[in-house]
Design a protein around this ligand. Structure first.
Ligand code: ADP
Ligand code: MG
Length: 627
């Protein structure tokens, strides 16, 4: 049955002309897209010398009859759209009708195709755009396209090709994109004579990610719990807070199954990650956006890499929301690690353990701490117990300088009493959860708190942890009643351009929450008399101009309080305990509890990790106890 129609000239010109074939990877992209559009369930990509000497794509899709096969090589011939109206709601990957003729015109090209049930297939050989042979072919149902000597007749283009390694990498990237977008299709990649990748058909994106990157990689990812709103769906997997890369290589975004480069989407991701991402780093995302094809224009770029959204703000909001929600859901795993009892041998019997006093008002102990066994207690420790003495005696009273919550055998643990440096305007952090199970072992290098939880060993960066705690506390204050502000000794009068004047008047309430007290002072003049207490501002007018500039450029959809968050994130560092600040046991305990009560406990406001978990399994592996 003939499915291909020649587009009228007007429509053809609407399908913007342009170079489709830039490099071997673009050939792979176009051919695989055709196979997907043809309903293939299995696609094999074979390449030789980075695709420069040969690319072959074999599918088991619908195939073509002889007329269609010939027509498919004509410019602007497509079975996927028939009118200009169809351009407004494209559901296939292809629609421009120019890939096959373009590729065939710059290579030695062979198309073999057969419809299922047809007695014979068709084979067409094209050389630099000239059809040389058309004959019956006997291949399996489906389509096979072979592209040899790409750009052999275009020396200028060929010169622009990079090394074999680079071109191979580009092809592989393309292959990964398609494989990720279509888990229900089996893919294989053959490099030279070797099968480099074989991806079985699967129903889930998770399995496809695992088959591409390995099972361990999944530990770094969180699944977006799917949500659909007015026909807009965001789904997929994204890196946990603190997981990032130096390049965009693992930042995948798909719109209706099509891999897309989009500044809007990239910045929405960045905004969603916000403090969970280190500056200059890129998130790891396998993000899928599905929406009504009418709401997105894919006819923007000849290689169809870019799209235009009818309502970009809405897409942006949905992404930011999905990312934030997902990152916060990552807490659950940490909660699990800190909620199960620590499986310490012998620690469970009353005779060998003591209860360390819990800070909880409800009186529930947060941990059962075993009395250190003999070798663990140093000779100078006064808490050493003689044989036969009942072991359930509470912790040593002989430690005058320490609170009684300091366990026996930890005499050398606190260095000198010094409180956590909490800025005076901060109240104690949010009510800590008191059912957390962990055991503090000590502090390494006056920086890393070592502790044990049900999963194994945890290292906490005390500075990063305190930054996270202060940050969330200040942010909460800002959202609720506004950050603490400080009255300036000398209020400052300054002027703003008329456009900004109106803006300031409209946003005075937001500025107030950020701790900035500003009021109109005659024509285009303003008077500022309070500033956020945690900021050291040398020149108030200059500071305000910058704040206003930045606030104006944040997206319409994002809360202006986001900028306040940035302000806090930037300054919170100064107030946090420093790497070398010696902390006493109770302070460390409080620090850990406060950290675990945070929304995003596992990274500091700059996206660096606060905690590293080394599981029992990893330790056993390192010690060769388990392979
Ligand atoms: P487009 O994909 O934009 O329609 P192409 O030049 O890539 O344009 O392909 C032209 C037509 O050839 C397609 O519309 C399709 O009908 C047919 N075609 C191409 N590749 C295949 C394939 N692998 N299996 C079946 N039909 C194909
Ligand atoms: Mg195509």
């Amino acid at each position: 049955m003939s499915r291909i129609k020649l587009l009228p000239e007007t429509v053809a010109s609407q399908v913007a002309a342009g170079e489709v074939v830039e490099r071997p990877a673009s050939v792979v992209k176009e051919l695989v897209e055709n196979s997907i559009d043809a309903g293939a369930t299995s696609i094999e990509v074979g390449i030789q010398r980075g695709g420069m000497s040969r690319i072959r794509v074999v599918d088991d899709g619908c195939g073509m009859d002889r007329d269609d096969a010939l027509l498919s090589l004509e410019r602007h011939a497509t079975s996927k759209i028939a009118s200009a109206a169809d351009l407004t709601a494209i559901t296939t990957l292809g629609f421009r009708g120019e890939a096959l003729p373009s590729i065939a015109s710059v290579s030695r090209f062979r198309l073999t195709t057969r419809e299922p049930g047809a007695v014979a297939g068709t084979e067409i050989l094209v050389n630099g755009g000239r059809i040389e042979t058309v004959r019956d072919g006997g291949e399996a149902p489906g389509t096979q396209v072979e592209v040899r000597s790409l750009f052999y007749n275009m020396p200028a283009r060929r010169k622009f090709l990079r090394s074999e390694t680079t071109e191979t990498r580009n092809i592989e990237h393309q292959f990964f994109l398609q494989a990720l977008a279509h888990p229900a299709i089996g893919f294989s990649l053959v490099r030279g004579e070797k099968v480099a990748l074989q991806l079985p058909v699967t129903t889930s994106l998770r399995d496809r990610i695992r088959d591409l990157y390995g099972a361990e990689f999944l530990n770094d990812l969180l699944e977006i719990s799917e949500r659909e709103q007015r026909g807009l769906r965001v789904r997929g997997w994204i890196g946990r807070a603190g997981v990032s890369r130096q390049t965009r290589a693992q930042q995948f975004v798909f719109v209706n199954g099509r891999a897309i480069d989009s500044g809007i989407l990239a910045s929405a991701l960045r905004e969603g990650y916000h403090t969970a991402l280190m500056r200059g780093q890129f998130p790891v995302t396998f993000l899928f956006i599905d929406l009504d094809p009418q709401d997105v224009d894919v006819n923007v770029h000849p290689a169809k890499r870019e799209v235009r959204f009818r309502d970009p703000a809405r897409i942006r909001e949905a992404i930011v929301e999905a990312v934030q929600r997902t990152l916060e859901s990552g807490r659950v795993d940490w909660e699990r690690k800190f909620s199960a009892p620590i499986p310490t041998a012998g620690a469970t019997t009353a005779a060998t353990s003591v209860l360390v006093e819990g800070a909880s008002s409800r009186g529930s102990p947060w941990i059962e701490r075993p009395i250190p066994s003999a070798p663990e207690i140093s000779a100078r420790s006064s808490t050493r117990q003689s044989d036969g003495v009942e072991a359930s005696r509470p912790t040593a009273p002989e430690q005058p300088s320490l609170s009684q919550s300091v366990p026996a055998g930890r005499a050398d643990f606190p260095i000198r009493p010094q409180p956590i440096v909490t800025p005076p305007y901060l109240e104690p952090a949010a009510v800590p959860k008191d059912d957390q199970q962990f055991q503090i072992i000590g502090v390494l290098n006056r920086l890393y708190v070592l502790m044990e939880n049900s999963d194994g060993l945890v290292l906490v960066d005390q500075h990063a942890a305190h930054e996270r705690i202060l940050f969330e506390e200040l942010r909460r204050r800002m959202e609720e009643q506004g950050v603490p502000s400080q009255r300036m000794l000398l209020p400052q009068i300054f002027s703003l351009p008329p456009r900004d004047t109106e803006w300031v008047e409209r946003n005075a309430a937001t500025l107030q929450k950020m701790g900035i007290g500003i009021e109109s002072f005659g024509a285009n003049n303003f008077r500022v008399d309070t500033l956020p207490a945690f900021l050291e501002v040398a020149d108030a007018a200059d500071f305000l101009r910058r704040v206003i500039d930045e606030l104006k450029t944040t997206s319409r959809s994002s809360s202006p309080l986001r900028l306040g968050e940035d302000m806090i994130a930037k300054t919170v560092c100064r107030h946090a305990v420093r790497a070398n600040d010696p902390l006493r046991y109770p302070e460390i305990e409080k620090l850990i509890r406060d950290l675990l009560a945070c929304d995003l406990p596992y990274c500091c406001p700059h996206g660096r990790p606060t905690m590293i978990q080394i599981s029992h399994a990893e330790l056993e592996k390192k010690f060769g106890r388990k392979v």
